[in-house]
Design a protein around this ligand. Structure first.
Ligand code: B12
Ligand code: SF4
Ligand code: SF4
Length: 377
């Protein structure tokens, strides 16, 4: 079979199954990335969500013996929500990042990659294919950059000409020697807006992220949020879009190519107070289908408490007192105490003092003290 013609057929088929952009990369070792990952590891800048060893992450041959090329795919997602409900006084809302709008992108991209794999196998039965989306060893961005999907921005995202950075990435390692595409010739130039705007200074410099300071990471942790970041969270429940929304390359980029990625506004921008008493079953039903639920209910509820504290929402006081007194999870009791202190009515402080007498957990007692200290500020 003529591989060049076959590549054209694969590209044409990818459009038919709703892949917005496709590119091809060699399986050469990702040498620069390897050094980069090692450096990030040494500096303690990784998130801990990365999978695999340095070698597995940078030597595609380790993932598929006999690998000859990598097919990189991108699917665009929307940046604007139609009919977005407003967060109004008395009915404050939180927000999930755009990458968690609509159905979990892992499922959608896997579906597209499976269709592509079936097409390839049918025409090329000896093909060997190994697909991954996000949770695989490879750096989806490094592959996409090499395959010409987009360039690597100072916000560390892959930025495509057509869809900006609002694309999900996935890839398929194959033993078919597809000819590689050229990386794109674009860059941030003198722009440094994302680095300057990042609320926590997580972008140490252009292209280098300290994930431990990145709000997208922090919203996914399960323990108490370090004090320094509590006021930075705003109403974010999961993820952070700031370094993308400020990017000039994303101006007017809003694509609704896939019905699966259309957000349900009540899920993507839910009311905060009902989240505090949601049952496990309800949480699974409502938020289970979105990618932002993968860490479970606790981080979302912790973030909801901090969002209510951010708004100083007095209508949340009764619920927060209930959580502070009765919730079995120390992180939730303690964060509720901190939130009450921040909201700062006399009833809040009285409730914290009362709950202090019954509390035994050291961490929660520490948060209660912090809550009470807001009185003196
Ligand atoms: C761990 C992880 C995170 C961590 C760490 C993010 C990070 N920047 O490393 C946290 C939890 C913080 C995170 C957040 C987000 N993530 Co994330 N995450 C990943 C994951 C699983 C691994 C990333 C990784 O290995 N990072 C290590 C760094 C060092 O490598 P890299 O970013 O992959 O590759 C680039 C750098 O290495 C750089 N580089 C290489 N050598 C050198 C040398 C120099 C000198 C420089 C300057 C740069 C440089 O170039 C590479 C290509 O751009 C990938 C999926 C995957 N398997 O790849 C998704 C992934 C990167 N995330 C994604 C998304 C959408 C996000 C969020 C936008 C979600 C949100 N709205 O909250 C944020 C964005 C935050 C940000 N500014 O990066 C998408 C990115 C899509 C895109 N268009 O780029 C991915 C690819 C998932 C997917 N399959 O779609 N994420
Ligand atoms: S996702 Fe948010 S916190 Fe993370 S680098 Fe971007 S702007 Fe900063
Ligand atoms: S905001 Fe500017 S510096 Fe940051 S990624 Fe976009 S173009 Fe690059």
């Amino acid at each position: 079979m003529d591989i060049r013609t076959f590549k054209e057929e694969v590209v044409a088929y990818s459009k038919e199954v709703g892949i917005d952009k496709i590119g091809f990369a060699s399986v050469d070792v990702f040498g620069e990335l390897k050094a980069r990952l090692k450096r990030q590891q040494d500096l303690g800048y990784q998130s801990g969500f990365e999978k695999g060893s340095l070698e597995e992450r940078t030597e595609p041959n380790r993932l598929l013996p006999g690998a000859q090329s990598i097919i990189s795919v991108a699917l665009a997602y929307p940046s604007k929500m139609h009919d977005a409900p407003r967060s109004v006084k008395g009915e404050r809302r939180g927000i999930f990042c755009r990458a968690s709008w609509g159905r979990d992108y892992h499922d959608v991209l896997r579906d597209r990659l499976q269709k592509l794999a079936a097409f390839i196998k049918e025409r090329f039965p000896e093909a060997e294919l190994s697909s991954m989306v996000d949770t695989g060893e490879l750096s989806d961005r490094a592959v996409a950059e090499r395959a010409g999907i987009g360039f690597s921005g100072k916000n560390s995202a892959i930025i495509t000409e057509e869809f900006g950075s609002y694309v999900y990435l996935g890839e398929m390692v194959t033993n078919i020697p597809f000819e590689p595409d050229e990386p794109v010739d674009d860059s941030c130039g003198d722009c440094n807006i994302c680095v300057d705007t990042c609320p926590t200074g997580a972008l140490v410099e252009g292209g280098q992220l300290n994930a431990q300071r990145c709000i997208a990471f922090l919203t996914q942790t399960k323990d108490f949020l370090p004090d320094e970041f509590r006021t930075k969270l705003g109403n974010r429940l999961y993820g952070c879009d700031t370094c993308q929304t400020v990017c000039p390359k994303n101006r007017k980029k809003d694509f609704h190519n896939h019905k699966e990625f259309e957000p349900d506004p009540e899920v993507a921008k839910p009311k905060l107070i009902p989240l505090l008493s949601i049952s496990n079953r309800e949480f699974k039903e409502k938020f289970g289908p979105v990618s932002g639920s993968w860490r479970g209910k606790k981080p979302i509820q912790r973030n909801a408490i901090l969002a209510l504290a951010h708004y100083k929402d007095k209508t949340a006081v009764d619920e927060l007192i209930r959580l502070m007194k009765d919730d079995p999870r120390p992180v939730i009791r303690g964060t509720a105490a901190y939130g009450l202190g921040k909201i700062g009515t006399a009833a809040c402080y009285a409730a914290i003092e009362e709950a202090q007498a019954a509390e035994e957990n050291e961490d929660v007692l520490f948060e209660m003290e912090k809550g009470l200290q807001f009185q003196n500020q």
